[in-house]
Design a protein around this ligand. Structure first.
Ligand code: SF4
Ligand code: SF4
Length: 364
């Protein structure tokens, strides 16, 4: 018998204000087909979406991109979000922010900034971000963020090229006055999957990083909270992706397309609605894409009968699609998955980089 799924109110909205970005990180979570400026939602439409989001229960708004500072109306958007009663987190590379703009954002009510870090030295950071001079500009912005006194989280995306710099990354977070750092090993979707052979860390790097995090958590207790997202491929069980499909939050692309997660468009046969045409509440509660993988009815028997099904919800649908070619399969990261051998083979293949291999940078 089909289960009745209780749909909770969403807690968070990730608003991808634009896909424009001066950087071109090869692990960017934006899709391959980036949305051009002409198709971006205007200020009033975003403001209306923020009001609707608050009405259906959203508490936290993450302003993201691309680089949200590429939007000239960023301050107005923050004002609109605060007026709607949302907690505003700005996710930025820092490029495009000046002292003057930061002060205006502070006055408009930004509650928290999440600053991305590509590397701890200009050479590495500019190579990863594909943007010369980016590191120096980011460091100046970091100083200004501290001077103004924003609550700050440093968001360090880690992979083969910077995982060995983890101790210095943690030190930098403390020096910048961050209260939290997210050490997030690259998730292999989209651009990152294309570049997996260049980004996959070695097993030795992963073990060392885990030990570093354990030691640092004790050393920086009360000073710096450390969130560690270990690399999927080296785990035995998948992560509870999005806290379960369609259960905690929604993503809105720059043109208003509403998605259950940022990579959901990689799943064929799902149709997505647009916030310009359909109320957010209708999309959240009744949208076909949001209901596709809610609850347990969609699960293969392996997950449905597993005692971890309420812990990891069968893992990531986009990863199942990318690796097993079936979005309703058990996440191949799981040791019990019939597709796990694909993951083990990928680790072996990726950790021996092909000579002359280059990044394929994200581009508009
Ligand atoms: S991951 Fe890099 S390229 Fe993508 S939006 Fe962030 S800073 Fe820009
Ligand atoms: S079988 Fe499914 S529910 Fe069980 S651990 Fe694996 S992915 Fe999670």
């Amino acid at each position: 018998m089909a289960e009745t799924v209780r749909i909770p109110a969403p807690l968070a909205l990730l608003a991808e204000l634009t896909h424009r970005c001066p950087l071109s990180c090869p692990y960017c979570s934006n899709p391959f087909e980036l949305i051009a400026r002409e198709r971006e939602l205007d200020t009033d439409t975003w403001a209306d979406i923020f009001r609707q989001a608050a009405e259906i229960g959203v508490l936290q708004l993450h302003l993201s991109g691309g680089e949200p500072a590429s939007r000239r109306d960023l301050v107005e958007l923050v004002e609109a979000a605060r007026e709607a009663g949302l907690y505003v987190n700005l996710i930025t590379s820092g490029i495009g922010l000046t002292r003057e703009r930061l002060e205006a954002l502070d006055a408009a009510g930004v509650d928290h900034i999440q600053l991305s870090l590509q590397g701890v030295r200009a050479e590495t950071a500019d190579y990863i971000g594909g943007y010369k001079g980016g590191f120096d500009r980011k460091m100046r912005v970091a100083d200004q963020i501290a001077e103004i006194g924003f609550a700050l989280t440093l968001n360090a995306v880690m992979h083969r090229h910077n995982l060995d710099d983890l101790p210095r990354t943690l030190e930098m977070a403390v020096e910048m006055g961050a209260r939290r750092i997210e050490v997030a090993c690259v998730q292999f979707q989209g651009w990152a999957l294309k570049n997996r052979g260049m980004l996959q860390p070695s097993r030795a790097q992963v073990y060392t990083a885990k030990a570093t995090v354990a030691e640092a958590r004790a050393r920086y207790r009360g000073v710096l909270a450390i969130d560690f997202v270990p690399p999927d491929y080296f785990a035995d069980y998948p992560k509870p992706c999005m806290g379960g499909w369609g259960s905690t939050g929604l993503n809105i692309a720059p043109d208003g397309t509403v998605l259950p997660c940022h990579a959901a468009e990689t799943i064929p046969d799902l149709t997505f609605q647009n916030a310009k045409d359909t109320p957010l509440s209708e999309i959240w509660y009744n949208g076909a894409a949001f209901n596709a993988f809610r609850g347990t009815d969609w699960m293969p028997e392996l997950c449905r009968s597993c005692d971890r099904r309420d812990l990891d919800f069968g893992g990531c649908r986009c990863q199942a699609m990318a690796l097993a070619g079936d979005p309703a399969a058990t996440d191949p990261i799981c040791r019990k998955s019939p597709h796990r051998a694909l993951v083990d083979a990928a680790i072996e293949a990726d950790t021996v980089p092909a000579p002359g291999q280059q990044f394929e940078y994200r581009k508009l």
